[in-house]
Design a protein around this ligand. Structure first.
Ligand SMILES: [Zn+2]
Length: 386
């Protein structure tokens, strides 16, 4: 048995009052949390918190770090990434993925919701050093080859499902055909799903009026863009009614989701998770979502890093620091909750991860130079206790 106390303990939901001690077995499982003096307790400076959950990553894109200019906007980003991601040798891709996973471990991340288009991340995930939920992503603009593309994605899914929980998901509202949405919706019954949502104003413009920069993306992918018919509604309000079957749905980015969108979505689906990837939003669009609005509407918020193609680091602490810098009125306790217990619930792993509760094995992270319950230090020193 081990006993750990600290200046600050965040249990996944709130800061505990002073004087609490975590009692854990040699396996790292929480046996008890008591408010009493224990002589052999190891006292840590700074903060103890559960391991962090990265709810949205694309580890397979790790070799693409730094190859796309910041502030290019989503459409140019997507065009660049689809041509540049194939420039690397298989060896360089594997090496970058291993390096990225090491970075996440060092930064206190213990579980990842990871998007995969192919099998590049499989060898690293086989080592099971982090908990993963792999979201195998399909996309394709035309109905005519939707089923063929879904079958190919299901073949990829088979490999990941042998390792850990995994599901088939849609990439984004603007990159999938009607037939693909309907088929993936059927396959998603009772499962955890994910979709990139409302990343920029042009995404809404496409669905509302059929205009804007996404037509350039369509022309890059297919010659004849007459297949697309605008709905007159925002992106979210167009696709969400057709994506009714997933038990949980992680909406990623939400950079331009407004009050109407959020209320519309909440009326349709009761297990929505709103994933913020602030550093990626600043990298691609130089814009952040209306997070205060999300809080006011009781959105269940989680945090993700997105990929190294659109971020300088894979660190949930860095995402929290960016929120602290741009929206200082968000409390540290709220951010820590998004990074831990909310993320664990989104990935369906709250029985083990995300909070200090008896019976769980959430891993214990120490940020040694935390000096208050109100803010993170600018250069946090993160280490793993268990
Ligand atoms: Zn993403």
């Amino acid at each position: 048995m081990q006993f750990h106390s600290a200046e600050y303990i965040f249990d996944g939901y709130q800061f505990l009052p002073k004087g609490f001690v975590l009692c854990i077995d040699d396996d790292g499982r929480i046996v008890d949390i008591v408010q009493q003096e224990i002589e052999d307790a190891k006292h840590h400076t700074g903060l103890l918190m559960p391991g962090m959950i990265n709810a949205h990553c694309h580890i397979e894109l790790s070799a693409c770090k730094g190859i796309i200019a910041k502030g290019s906007g989503l459409v140019d980003f997507l065009i660049s990434i689809s041509s540049k991601r194939n420039l690397f040798t298989q060896e360089a891709i594997y090496e970058a993925i291993e390096h990225a996973e090491n970075e996440m471990l060092q930064n206190g991340i213990v579980a990842v919701g990871d998007i995969s288009n192919g099998l590049d991340s499989l060898p690293q995930k086989q080592k099971a050093r982090l908990h993963y939920h792999t979201f195998v992503e399909c996309f394709g603009l035309l109905d005519v080859n939707a089923m063929e593309r879904i079958r190919a994605s299901l073949e990829i899914l088979k490999h990941f499902i042998e390792l850990h929980p995994s599901s088939l998901v849609l990439h984004a509202p603007y990159s999938v055909s009607e037939r693909m949405i309907a088929a993936v919706n059927e396959i998603s019954g009772g499962k955890i799903s994910s979709i990139h949502n409302q990343e920029c104003d042009d995404e809404n413009e496409l669905f509302i009026s059929g205009t804007g920069s996404f037509l350039k993306l369509f022309k890059f992918i297919v010659k004849d863009i007459n297949f697309f018919k605008p709905s007159g509604l925002s992106s979210l309000q167009t696709y969400l009614p057709k994506l009714s079957k997933p038990q949980k749905l992680i909406l990623v980015h939400n950079t331009v989701s407004n009050e109407d969108d959020i209320k519309f979505a909440q009326a349709l689906h009761n297990q929505l998770y709103w994933c913020l990837c602030p550093n990626a939003n600043l990298y691609i669009e130089n814009k952040l979502p209306n997070i205060k609005l999300m809080q006011a509407l009781n959105c269940k918020i989680v945090l993700g890093t997105d990929s190294l193609a659109s971020n300088d680091s894979l660190s949930i602490v860095d995402e929290m620091l960016t929120l602290q810098k741009y929206i200082p009125s968000i409390s540290l306790a709220d951010k820590l909750k998004w990074a831990t217990s909310n993320g664990a619930k989104a990935l369906g792993i709250e029985h083990e991860f995300g909070s200090f509760e008896v019976g769980k094995r959430p891993r214990i992270i120490n940020i040694t130079n935390v000096k208050s319950e109100n803010e993170l230090p600018l250069k946090p020193k993160v280490s793993r206790i268990v």
